[in-house]
Write a protein that binds this ligand. Structure first.
Ligand SMILES: NC(=O)c1ccc[n+]([C@@H]2O[C@H](COP(=O)([O-])OP(=O)(O)OC[C@H]3O[C@@H](n4cnc5c(N)ncnc54)[C@H](O)[C@@H]3O)[C@@H](O)[C@H]2O)c1
Length: 291
């Protein structure tokens, strides 16, 4: 059983920062690879902010925060990843970016190291195929925000060795999350259900079944969810959901993944949700409904 004491995270964005924080909080040293020092500084600041929030709410102490931050080191040099035994890739969701970087990282880490990707919509099997040791590659799909969301999908590519999955499941438990082992299919398990659900809601909205607010209120209260689906889409990003569901549709030709036309229109108009200030719920009071 490998316990993965030396971990590298690729990318210090939303997910990479959250994953680095969770791994560091488990007592492991984490090195985070980025493209520039300013990105590293932003990543560290985001982790610090998150931990400061915990201190304000009385859930952590300053000593806890300092201990987590002390275990995280940023670098822009792939050579600094020599000696790590687990890599979690969380860079931009583009196949060529991930494949190129994983290929370089594979030449630096030891033969026995396990490489994983946090991709939402790309095929882990396809990414593994480009590597010298595809049997040492798997998916580790964290949810956003990683420090708060309890589940991690452990994704088994066609080539992944059984012992790699066993070790990853134990690792996920050890960092305080609930692992779910799942086959490498578009959307894995959770997003495979989420994407058609969100597409249906967008179609309901475009068909003017009800206002955006009423759709959210009805589903939130009717199904006992924490967030209405249109508010959730604003948080995810309209462009991000469209890209994910388009990829799943391209891979399966399953009509449940076909993006409703309104998604493309909103992306073209720059209505991307929270990050652009206008989406299904965000900005509608001042600017009117998106449809
Ligand atoms: N945001 C989410 O809700 C979410 C949830 C689950 C999975 N994911 C997946 O996680 C991955 C990262 O998403 P994110 O939201 O954190 O993106 P992000 O844009 O916040 O962060 C990506 C980071 O990768 C860095 N990067 C790009 N190329 C790099 C390279 N060659 N070397 C080192 N760093 C590089 C960028 O500078 C950026 O800081 C994606 O695959 C995404 O699909 C995202």
């Amino acid at each position: 059983m490998r316990t993965f004491q030396r971990v590298a995270v690729l990318g210090f964005g939303t997910m990479g920062g959250g994953i680095a924080q969770v791994v560091a909080a488990s007592g492991r040293d984490v090195v985070v690879l980025e493209t520039g020092q300013e990105r590293i500084d932003l990543g560290v600041a985001a982790v610090r902010d998150f931990l400061d929030g915990g201190i304000r709410r009385g859930k952590a102490t300053e000593a806890d925060r300092d201990a987590v931050l002390a275990r995280i080191t940023g670098t822009t040099d792939v050579a600094d990843l020599a000696g790590v035994d687990l890599v979690v890739e969380a860079v931009t969701e583009r196949r060529e970016v991930k494949a190129e970087l994983l290929g370089r990282v594979a030449t630096v880490v030891g033969e026995d190291a396990v490489l994983t990707t946090n991709t939402s919509a790309l095929s882990v099997t396809d990414l593994a195929a480009a590597l010298p040791r595809p049997e040492r590659m798997a998916g580790l799909h964290f949810f956003n925000p990683a420090p708060l969301m309890a589940v991690v999908e452990v994704v088994r590519a066609l080539q992944t060795d059984a012992d790699v999955i066993t070790d990853l499941v134990a690792f996920v438990e050890d960092i305080g999350k609930s692992p779910v082992e799942v086959k490498d299919r578009p959307g894995f398990l959770v997003n495979r259900l989420l994407m058609p659900y969100l597409n249906d809601v967008v179609q309901e909205y475009d068909d003017e079944l009800a206002s955006a607010e009423d759709i959210d209120v009805a589903i939130q209260l009717g199904l006992g969810y924490k967030l209405g689906p249109l508010a959730l889409l604003d948080l995810i990003g309209i462009d991000v959901h469209r890209h994910a569901t388009e990829s799943a549709y391209a891979a399966t030709l399953d009509p449940q993944f076909a993006p409703p036309p309104l998604l493309a229109q909103m992306v073209a108009a720059g209505y991307l949700g929270a990050k652009s200030g206008r989406g299904f719920r965000v900005g509608t009071e001042e600017q009117g409904e998106a449809r």
